[in-house]
Design a protein around this ligand. Structure first.
Ligand code: NDP
Ligand code: MG
Length: 394
């Protein structure tokens, strides 16, 4: 095959973008626009930003748009909806629409625990899900993997580390894997004096050195809670025990993760930090397509550093290992406590260093269940949020 040539699909792949108005959603639409008709948007869903959703509908002419917040739907100016597009409202409508036979791939890019139900509905219908919403696996990994197995659904990760691991795992068989190493940029406070972290402001924490992302994951990157969530995500997605998962701080964000095999070979995936590449990989897998993402300029010298994360600076990482090792309700509780703590930090109720501290406390004190149902997960999610609110009020 000529370098750069590609095998085109006979028919375009119809894509549902859940969370189209977010950072991953917008990058997904760029990938779709650049695909030369390989991918077409069938459905776009957002929460409240209806102006942006309508602008996307006019630009991409999907069959459906879904507004998840009923109040925002009520206030939306429907004269802006293109003639080709129908409108649906609320999470129940999305659960049903995401199962439509016309949909070939679902990009799950809603942020937080709110993304679980639509991802669940898509998998229930046996869809192939390009999963950005890591919280789905963090909260209910074993249940979600079991569901996919039962329904014939497939999860292709969008998270850059897990996309890298997915790619690297193609170099060997599962029983040849010794270790998986997730890389982390270290965020904006990698070198800041540890004793000053207590006074970090939201504006400082929202400035990420290498990635441009939504606010919640940007704060998670600053605390490295993002890596904690990703350890849990990897544990369930790839079915590897916590002790086989490692983390290295790699400030350049070029090596997105690596897999070590029994013979000592380490296979890494490298590319400039640009989410369009893992998004496109998840849409086109098992093929690769000519890409829209940034590429390396090999005429420039490249310097790559790796270091173990400092547990004093990043206590959240240890919580990820503990939750991945213990399983059960730990992921759901850690995720919910963190979501509430991040909200509290952004709204000035909590200090930066309180985030990991309150998460550790809630995780420690929660009524652990080793084999929870989805209802147990939801109940403990709500419980953990309340605990953080109580803690913030003391
Ligand atoms: P953003 O905050 O940029 O976007 C979030 C999207 O979710 C928006 O479309 C938003 O709609 C929608 N949304 C927010 N709250 C709700 C809710 N309660 N119910 C339904 N929809 C809701 O997030 P990102 O794009 O950064 O992240 C999306 C997911 O991808 C997260 O799970 C994150 O961890 C993961 N991820 C992101 C990466 C990145 O580079 N950004 C990298 C790896 C993973 P509206 O705009 O209307 O509010
Ligand atoms: Mg990631």
């Amino acid at each position: 095959m000529d370098v750069g040539s590609r095998i085109r699909s006979a028919v375009p792949l119809r894509v549902a973008v859940l969370g189209s108005t977010g950072s991953i959603g917008a990058s997904t639409l760029e990938v779709i626009a650049a695909s030369d008709g390989e991918f077409v948007p069938f459905l776009l869903a957002a929460h409240r930003r209806t102006d942006l959703l309508l602008a996307q509908a006019r630009a991409y002419l999907p069959q459906w748009i879904v507004v998840l917040d009923p109040a925002a739907a009520l206030a939306m100016d429907r004269t802006g909806v293109p003639a080709e597009t129908q409108v649906a409202v609320g999470p129940e409508a999305l659960d049903e629409l995401v199962q439509a036979p016309e949909i070939d791939r679902v990009v799950a890019a809603i942020v937080g625990a709110a993304g679980l139900r639509s991802t669940w509905a898509a998998l229930e219908a046996g869809k192939t899900v390009a999963l950005a919403n890591k919280e789905t696996l963090v909260m209910a990994g074993p249940l979600v993997m079991e569901l996919a197995e039962r329904s014939g659904g497939t999860i292709i990760p969008v998270d850059s580390e897990h996309s890298a691991i997915h790619q690297a795992l193609r170099a060997g068989s599962a029983d040849e894997v010794v270790r998986i190493v997730l890389t982390a940029s270290g965020g904006p406070f990698r070198l800041r004096a540890v004793e000053t972290l207590v006074s970090v402001t939201p504006a400082e924490a929202l400035k990420h050195p290498t990635w441009s992302m939504g606010p919640k994951i940007t704060i998670d990157s600053a605390t490295m809670m993002n890596k904690a969530l990703e350890i849990i995500e990897a544990r369930w997605l790839f079915g590897v025990p916590a002790e086989k998962l490692g983390v290295l701080v790699h400030p350049q964000s070029i090596v997105h993760s690596m897999v070590e095999f029994i013979d000592g070979s380490v296979v890494a995936q490298m590319s400039p930090p640009d989410m369009k590449l893992p998004i496109q990989y998840a849409l086109s897998y098992p093929q690769r397509l000519a890409g829209v993402a940034r590429r390396f300029d090999f005429s420039q010298s490249m310097h790559l550093e790796f270091a173990a994360p400092d547990p004093q600076r990043f206590p959240a990482v240890g919580l990820g290992y503990a939750a991945a090792a213990r399983g059960g309700t730990c992921g759901a509780v850690l995720n919910a406590a963190n979501e509430e703590a991040v909200r509290g930090f952004l709204e000035g109720e909590l200090r930066f260093t309180d985030i990991a501290e309150v998460c550790a406390r809630v995780l420690d004190e929660h009524p652990f269940q080793p084999d929870p149902s989805l209802d147990d997960v939801r109940r403990l999610d709500a419980w953990a949020r309340q605990e953080v609110v109580k803690w913030a009020c003391v």
